[in-house]
Design a protein around this ligand. Structure first.
Ligand code: SF4
Length: 83
């Protein structure tokens, strides 16, 4: 059984594009706090005390699941950024 660090490391490999990492980011000016991204990817997103989503673990889920959260955001407030 893999420990959490091994899983995160495995997912982290999926995020490398030409040696760069891409990670999700929430535009807090656009977020309406609907919570849809948290429902899809609770390992990656959480709602803060201000009811605005934020990224707590950018490599906590597969890229496909994060993309699902991005596609499901009604405010189009989540975007990929390269690190
Ligand atoms: S799905 Fe979009 S609008 Fe809803 S909480 Fe997440 S980032 Fe905010």
């Amino acid at each position: 059984m893999l420990g959490n660090s091994s899983i995160s490391q495995r997912f982290a490999e999926d995020f490398k594009i030409g040696g760069e990492m891409r990670i999700p980011r929430v535009d807090q000016d656009l977020c309406t706090g609907c919570g849809a991204c948290v429902d899809v990817c609770p390992e990656v997103f959480e709602l803060g005390d201000d009811d605005i989503a934020r990224v707590v673990n950018p490599t906590g889920a597969s890229e496909d699941r994060i993309q699902e959260a991005i596609d499901g955001c009604p405010a189009e407030a989540i975007l990929w950024v390269e690190e």
